[in-house]
Ligand binder design. Structure first.
Ligand code: NDP
Length: 322
């Protein structure tokens, strides 16, 4: 049986994302075939599409999706056909049916909408590992982050507030600033106001940690914003990748730490995945955190979704609907 999918055949801009037909795959041992309800659109797919990250062509992007289990591979326990599920670890999710390892799949409770569930595996679990593992946030910390109205940003701010941190963030428009504020950020400023806001809020001491997903344009500001022994968690490059830098800057800045994490290294076991995903769906189901679906596109308009994400015009989560 064939299905619709979106593929790229070479490194390309968003217009190179083309509708194609591919076979519906069969689940191997330990795998699930999921009938997709919504696919999460993430920055990593723009890096893969444009050649910043290496992939094999033709390439169907999409590791994050939610949906319903359609078929079960050999040896899979704990799942049955019809289960509502979501994952950040699927293959070729810009499609209608996709495979995922059962061990890397979470169940979605009835209280959580499947479209919202498509935001939780990648952006939600990223926010989770950032505040619990990359740098462990403590009550009373002052934290700087950016893009407070973004997909990760809106969730990250809410998790930081649950931890008792003071949050300084940025946003480029008034609408985005209002969203970041509503998520609980204490200070929402323009990018060129970051240094003076950090100074004012911390009395010149600097912040405990920076979560920086912007990269090239903000790296220097982020390093300069840290207090002695502060930690810079560089988790993305929405403005471009950070070039090599002189490690002596960490010494000069006050014994600073820089880490460059990625989600897969924080989902190293079924237990770890269940911890992070379970927390996220639980907090959404109980109303502790809110997930904003900022834009949804038909699968066939994946190119428009990429263009919107790269042009800074989105807020919250962007999803594709099958
Ligand atoms: P967002 O929804 O946050 O979108 C990116 C935002 O970054 C924009 O809306 C914009 O907000 C801001 N931005 C600032 N400068 C630029 C620029 N030059 N071009 C584009 N955007 C810019 O995206 P996500 O939440 O999906 O991802 C945020 C970051 O997190 C990305 O870098 C992504 O790669 C990273 N990430 C990393 C993971 C990891 O494990 N390491 C996992 C998931 C995401 P504004 O207009 O307000 O400035």
């Amino acid at each position: 049986m064939e299905q619709q999918a979106i593929a790229v055949n070479e490194p390309t801009d968003a217009n190179g994302l083309k509708l194609t037909q591919i076979p519906v795959p069969s689940p191997g041992a330990g795998q699930l075939l999921v009938k997709i309800a919504a696919t999460g659109v993430n920055f990593i797919e723009t890096y893969q599409r444009s050649g910043i990250y290496t992939v094999d062509y033709p390439f169907v992007p999409g590791s994050e999706f939610s949906g319903v289990v359609e078929q079960i591979g050999e040896g899979v326990q704990n799942f049955k056909i019809g289960d509502r599920v979501a994952t950040a670890s699927g293959e070729a999710g810009y499609s209608q049916y996709a495979l995922v390892d059962a061990a890397l799949t979470g169940k979605v409770p009835d209280a959580v909408d499947l479209h919202v569930a498509a935001a939780l595996p990648l952006q939600g679990m990223t926010a989770h590992y950032l505040v619990h593992s990359s740098y462990m946030v403590h009550n009373g910390d002052v934290i700087l982050t950016y893009a407070g109205a973004g997909g990760v940003g809106l969730i990250l701010t809410q998790l930081l507030k649950l931890k008792g941190a003071t949050v300084i963030t940025t946003a480029s428009t008034q609408e985005k600033k209002d969203l970041a504020k509503a998520a609980g950020a204490d200070y929402v400023v323009d990018y060129d106001q970051v240094a003076q806001t950090v100074d004012k809020v911390t009395g010149g001491k600097g912040v405990n940690a920076v979560y920086d997903g912007i990269g090239k344009d903000t790296f220097d500001t982020s390093l300069a914003a840290l207090r002695r022994r502060g930690t810079l968690v560089l988790f993305g490059g929405a403005s471009g990748q950070v070039p090599p830098f002189d490690i002596q800057r960490l010494n000069a800045g006050g014994s600073l730490t820089v880490t460059r994490p990625k989600l897969v290294d924080f989902l190293t076991s079924q237990q770890e995945m269940h911890w992070r995903f379970g927390d996220m769906v639980g907090w959404v189901a109980s109303g502790k955190i809110d997930v904003r679906i900022g834009a949804q596109y038909p699968l066939t308009e994946a190119a428009a979704a990429h263009t919107a994400l790269e042009s800074r015009s989105t807020t919250g989560k962007v999803i594709l609907l099958q």
